[in-house]
Every structure is written in structure tokens, then in C-alpha cells.
Design a protein around this ligand. Sequence first.
Ligand SMILES: *Cc1c(COP(=O)(O)O)cnc(C)c1O
Length: 355
Amino acid sequence: MTSREEKLFAPGDLQVLVDRVPRVQLANLPTPLHDCPRLSETLGGPRILFKRDDLTGLALGGNKVRQLEFIMADALAKGSEMVIVGAGSQSNLCCLTAAAACKLGMRAILVLMRDDKSQDIEGNLLLDGLFGAEVRFVDTADFYQLPTFYEAVAVECRQRGQKSYIINPWSFAGTLATVGYVNFVLEFCQQLDEMKLSVDHIFTAATDATPAGLALGTKLLNPGFRVVGISPAHLKERATSRIARIASDTAKFLGIDLVIAPDEITNYEDYVGEGYGVMTRECREAISLVAETEGILLDPVYTGKAMAGLIDHIRRGKIGRGETVTFLHTGGTPLLFAYRMELTPHLVKGGMSAQ
Ligand SMILES: *Cc1c(COP(=O)(O)O)cnc(C)c1O
């Protein structure tokens, strides 16, 4: 047993293991880490810093860029010309994969679920087109059904004589994506060191690789802050079990003998509202508050809900006034445009009136 105080790894030793994993450069790193004093003051709460992974640099940025550095390196190493990936019609992952494929001289086929945003060539869907991605719409509302479509597309590629690579976040690509966020912890800790800062909590929108990488990185380095994930969706498997499993798989992949248990993961599924991609009032208010106090754009699917979670924690006194919290901004900026109908009726300030 290791005590909570014990450091399992020195940063340099963990960096060596991460650096053994093939990687291509797609992101502009380190991303900025800065104070948000007007937001802190407005909330009457703790010191709040933003870690700007919305500024990772490729296209309009986001957490997927760090993840794709490892995934696309694997695709390249396997001689792939085509990458196949899928999700909802406004997927950040799909759009950024298409952008990464362009940068690396590959092409992308996106398998997108027909949903209530798929009619509208806006946000990520518009960008998918600009990146020349081949978009295939499929009639399913079940994420877990997508891999069967990928297989069919891969067969088609093979028949065309093209070597393809499937990015399935629930398989090996998910492990590689998680390495991106183990690497994030190393970067973040170094930044804190350089700025002579210590933080008590890091809040993030969290589904799979991001919270799993944070959980593994912080377990190994024990930097003294708590990771709090906010789910954007209710998935089949409980978030804490899923995240712990992905973190443990990634430890194994890196050659580290360590298992992370679900009870070591802090994750809230309380801010989802009606479901994935359905805006909540609290999310809309969080987006406006951050825009109006700091000039920073959150998104309606992930970071807006995560910020609603942070605000709720502050208001309920679960984070002390004297504490410091970092909000990891995971991106999603293009989604703002796809959700303009949900946002505009509420923009009554500054003379912009409801329709
Ligand atoms: C995908 C995404 C997340 C969740 O990332 P995971 O690595 O799947 O946990 C959070 N925020 C934004 C903006 C995303 O696009």
C-alpha cells in the first residue's frame, strides 16, 4: 500500500515513460494558465485560474488536440492514409481529427449520427467541410453502435486500396488519448512550479481520456490537488468505474504497475440536465458569466456544464474562499455557433433584444 503522501514517480521518470510513446506535434504547448480575477470576485469565492486547453492551436483548439498527438502518431506509424472516426454531428473529436489529418497529409471519413443538429451546416459541421472530410451520416442515436459502421467503412477503404485507421475512443485510441492527459499533468505541474503556485482543485468537463489521464497523472505525481470531473452525459457505465478502468489500462500500457479504483475518482453527473447536448439554464448562465467577466468563451455541451458545476460548488461552500481552483477549459468553441438558436433568445443585454 502506498500512503496518500507518497510520490510514486518523480516527474522526470514519468516524462521518460510518456516520451517513449510515439507522438506527432499538433498542439501549441504549454497552453496558458492565468488568473480570472473578475470571475472570482463576482462569485465571491476562491481564486480561479483557467488552464486554456481551448488554445491548443489546431483549428479552434480543444482537449482533443493533445489526445490526437498520440493517436495520429500511431495511425502514421501503421501507414494509414485514411482515418475513420465518428460521434454526434457536432463532434469536436471528429472535426479536430479532420484538421489533424489535413496537417499530416491524410484524409478523414467522419461517421456522424443524424441528430437535431445535423441539418445545420454550422459549428463543427461547417469546419468538417472546410477540412475536406468525407461525412457519412448514420441513423442511430447510440454511440456504442458506431464501431460497426467504422468496420464497414474500413472494408470500403480496403476495396479502394486505401489503408485506414479507426479511432474508437473505447479501444486502443482511448488509451493513447489518455496518455495526452498524463502528459498534461506533467505540463501543468511544471507551470505551477514556475509560477510558484499551488492549487487545491482542478475542475474539468470529463468523459473518458481527460479525467482518466488526470487521475493517473495525479496519482503518480501526487501534486496535492484534487481532480473533479463534471459529466456532460449519462452513459451506460458509471462514470467513476469507466474512468478508473481507462486510467488503469493506460498505466499498464505505460508499463506502470498500478490499479486505480472507482472510489479514487471524483465525478459529478448532476449537471447533465436532460441529456448530452441539451442546454441547461445553469449552463447558459455560466457561459454568459464567463464571457461577461473575462471575455472567455465556454461551450454549451461540455465546458458550460462543467463551469455550472464549479459555480454550484462555490455557491454551496464546497470550495473555500481561501482556496485556489483551476478550471481546465477543454475547448468546444465551434459549438457556440451550432447552438445560436438556444443562446440568442436570452441575449437581452447591451441592446440585443429577444426575437
Ligand atoms: C471531448 C470533450 C470533452 C471530454 O473529453 P474526454 O477526453 O472524452 O473526457 C470535454 N470538453 C470538450 C470541449 C470536449 O470536446
